[in-house]
Design a protein around this ligand. Structure first.
Ligand SMILES: Cc1cc2nc3c(=O)[nH]c(=O)nc-3n(C[C@H](O)[C@H](O)[C@H](O)COP(=O)(O)OP(=O)(O)OC[C@H]3O[C@@H](n4cnc5c(N)ncnc54)[C@H](O)[C@@H]3O)c2cc1C
Length: 393
């Protein structure tokens, strides 16, 4: 197993670094480095810059307009973007639904839907979960009834991340009640401006509005928006979830936030406390271990071996690390971590704390917000069950 990068890969990294330094707007990277709230324009603005360069779909094969990078190149690109303070690419379009459309959509759907995803113009949302159908996703009840050349959708999706900005939405819907629950599910995409779609924001623990309930009330969707075959949606859904879980591990962001943790600890004086430094060291060991795990997957792919089936493991470790660094940042900031100043952030405040450490300001909200990481994309308890079955046997 060779975990080192070749000279060509190092050169690739340098080219990416130079391009990102030139093209990432400074106000956006300032927000990312200080965990300040990103607006829709910040997130989409960066997506469009990448889209213009042909890199928003950086994981896409050439035949669909992607750069056709190797797994290692993709990893280096992600790392350079994260370390430079680029916003995470909102995954629902380019990382999640696009691979499904490429693998199972027909030519007309590929030509109609992929360009808007690649350019960053069209914002996608994910409609999997429903009240009562999260871990037990196959029990979902949102119904799509075929009437002529349309499906009529009725039901409710929930926890739809950033659905308030959504243009299009991909959904798992029930098209049959025959047989096992998994066999009656279809994968349907829809324009969120269609009459009968209502988006209702849910206020989170940190005061933010990041997730939504989405209601479908006799929503008419053309049959052309069924991806693949009717009642085969479960297969497509699983294809997509493996992309989601690898993406959630986000080792590169963990490396950047580890550096931020050290900065905060130094400014606040707790870096001199051996016990606190121990905690940072333990976290660093876990981050390095996660990176080694990612590199092992890349190395296996490079040498043509089957990629290790460890998406669930990456998700578990990555999400726990994310929660740990927000906890340690809160501890390092002490009482200064407490103020929750979301209203000020909405009004354009940039984290400048008179007489204090600007890096401390939004720690409380980030801490609260990150409780989600061990739940979304499939809870960690459920991932442990999957790892036990598929990896440990
Ligand atoms: C911030 C956030 C954003 C999200 N974004 C989206 C989105 O954009 N689109 C979307 O479709 N969904 C989204 N989700 C939903 C997410 O996928 C679900 O919350 C998740 O799958 C868990 O389902 P649930 O909330 O129904 O919890 P439940 O399934 O009710 O689980 C409750 C508890 O029971 C445990 N549990 C359940 N089954 C088992 C089992 N078999 N063994 C052991 N423990 C078990 C769980 O681990 C959990 O602790 C989001 C969730 C959050 C929190």
């Amino acid at each position: 197993m060779d975990l080192a990068f070749t000279p060509e890969e190092q050169k690739f990294r340098e080219d990416i670094r130079a391009w990102v330094a030139q093209n990432l707007p400074k106000d956006i990277s300032h927000k990312v480095h200080n965990a300040l709230e990103l607006t829709r324009d910040d997130m989409q603005g960066w997506a469009k810059i990448l889209g213009k360069k042909g890199w928003l779909g950086y994981g896409w094969p050439k035949e669909f307009g992607g750069p056709g990078w190797t797994a290692v190149q993709k990893h280096l690109f992600e790392e350079e973007c994260a370390m430079a303070g680029a916003p995470r690419i909102i995954p629902f379009g380019p990382v999640m639904v696009a691979p499904v459309i490429m693998a199972y959509g027909n030519k007309e759907q590929q030509e109609r839907l992929l360009p808007g995803i690649a350019s960053g113009e069209v914002w996608w949302s994910q409609g999997y979960s429903e009240p009562g159908s999260g871990s037990d996703l196959a029990s979902l009840r949102t119904k799509a009834e075929r009437k002529g050349d349309k499906y009529i959708l009725n039901g409710q999706k929930t926890w739809t991340t950033l659905g308030q900005y959504g243009d299009w939405m991909f959904n798992l819907v029930r098209t049959s009640n025959e047989g096992k629950p998994q066999t009656g599910i279809s994968f349907i995409v829809l324009d969120m401006k269609t009459p009968g779609v209502t988006v209702r924001p849910i206020k989170l623990l940190d005061g933010s509005f990041e997730v939504n309930d989405v209601f479908f009330d006799n929503v008419e969707v053309p049959v052309e928006n069924l991806i693949g075959e009717e009642n085969k949606g479960w297969t497509y859904a699983k294809h997509l979830l493996s992309h989601e879980r690898t993406n959630i591990a986000d080792v590169n962001r963990a490396k950047r936030e580890l550096e931020r943790l050290k900065r905060i600890a130094k400014t606040e004086g707790v870096y001199d406390d051996l016990r606190f430094r121990d905690e940072i060291a333990k976290l660093e060991v876990d981050v390095v271990a996660l990176e080694m795990l990612v590199l092992r997957v890349l190395s296996a792919e490079k040498s043509g071996k089957n990629p290790l089936d460890i998406a669930g493991l990456l998700k578990i470790k990555g999400s726990e690390i994310q929660q740990r660094y927000t906890e340690l940042m809160m501890l390092a900031g002490g009482a200064f971590s407490l103020p929750l100043v979301r209203e000020a952030m909405h009004a354009g405040w940039q984290g400048d704390f008179p007489g204090g450490n600007p890096a401390l300001a939004p720690l409380a909200s980030t801490f609260f917000n990150y409780r989600k990481t061990t739940i979304y994309g499939g809870s960690n308890e459920v991932q442990r069950n999957i790892v036990a079955q598929t990896v440990l046997g």
